[in-house]
Design a protein. Structure first.
Length: 361
């Protein structure tokens, strides 16, 4: 698999496009000097849009460009499109939650627009609630309805018993439950996506070092690897002990040797017991054990890199890195992405990714 060209043109022109309340405003578009959009596992993407806050008037003078609230105001919808200007792709859609005026002293005044995606509503208030005999799909659908989002849930239809939301925001509660069962949630446009981590694949692309991959740093670390995770609990309904044992259920993309295999070969077996989480059924014990093992295993090989700006490089993307040598060339799962643009460096994407496998063995 080889890299896909970022543009059909000889020159990759990637100035971001901004839409406020579904409209492209000429003044906003012309005065962009910087953009940074970050996203990570667990959802809640954030945007920082930097604008020059000075504009000339017909009489030859100049004044602050965004004093009127007609263009940018708190609560406005904002969307960012990035990539090739001839066919930009949406990378962010959310609500303006902050405006910052910056007067640097050694340059013109600037206006910084701060925004978050629709999950910001889910963190604004805490509540206490009891959900009887629900599934994660049920919880995600209820919270999506509260936010005015369309739920898109993959799997997670099995009941997980009674769940208590105790003085938690909807976002914190849903994140806690989804992470317990090794899932991920993201807002994509007007949809709330919830899926098991092993089934998340928001796209696939290849990056080659000294081509679209500008730099990379890879760490292989046995410090947190284990050969087995165990969980025990008590089923009060049946009056019996429940146990779970995890040795790798959904390790994600990539190929090679796992951290557990190398650990056992190099240092011997290392077992870990999860004692701080209460489990009340055999299924729950097994799910928690699998999650705890897989979370460690997936962090065996971690990479931080910077690539040419690419709107397809998102959390959940399977990215194949080439040119790093036989041991590090592999397919990784992206866990963090930061899309940056400014007038000096152009469009770049910082990312972090992980793999349970070390190649070349």
């Amino acid at each position: 698999m080889t890299e896909t060209a970022l543009s059909a043109l000889a020159i990759y022109s990637a100035r971001p496009t901004v839409r406020v309340d579904t409209r492209e405003e000429a003044r906003v578009q012309e005065l962009i000097i910087g953009m940074e959009m970050t996203e990570r596992e667990g959802g809640l993407s954030a945007l920082e849009l930097r604008l020059s806050n000075v504009a000339s008037d017909p009489e030859g003078g100049a004044d602050l460009a965004f004093e009127s609230s007609d263009l940018l105001r708190l609560g406005s919808q904002i969307a960012i499109y990035a990539g090739d200007e001839s066919a930009p792709q949406e990378i962010f859609q959310g609500v303006i939650t902050g405006l910052e005026a910056d007067f640097p002293g050694d340059g013109p005044p600037e206006l910084v627009v701060l925004a978050e995606d629709r999950l910001q509503q889910a963190r604004m208030a805490r509540r206490t609630a009891i959900y009887d005999d629900v599934s994660i799909a049920d919880l995600a659908s209820q919270i999506a309805d509260n936010l005015g989002l369309t739920p898109v849930v993959t799997g997670f239809t099995d009941p997980i018993g009674t769940q208590v939301q105790l003085n938690e925001s909807d976002l914190a509660f849903l994140r806690r439950i989804v992470q317990r069962y090794h899932g991920d949630l993201q807002v994509v446009g007007e949809e709330l996506h919830v899926s098991p981590r092993g089934e998340v694949r928001r796209g696939a692309l290849t990056l080659e070092l000294q081509s679209q991959l500008r730099r990379a740093r890879v760490l292989v670390d046995l410090a947190h690897q284990v050969t087995e995770v165990t969980v025990t609990g008590w089923d009060a309904a049946d009056g019996q002990r429940v146990t779970g044992s995890g040795r790798g259920a959904h390790l994600g993309p990539g190929s090679g040797t796992t951290g557990a295999q190398i650990l056992e070969e190099a240092l011997g077996e290392r077992r870990h017991h999860v004692g701080h989480l209460a489990v009340t059924s055999q299924d729950e014990a097994q799910a928690v054990a699998d999650t705890a093992f897989d979370l460690r295993a997936r962090r065996f090989v971690c990479v931080r890199g910077t690539a040419d700006g690419n709107p397809a490089l998102r959390v959940g993307t399977h990215v194949t890195l080439q040119g790093l040598g036989p041991r590090f060339d592999n397919t990784y799962y992206v866990t963090y992405a930061c899309h940056r643009w400014d007038t000096r460096r152009g469009y770049e994407t910082d990312f972090e990714a992980e793999s349970a496998y070390w190649g070349g063995r």
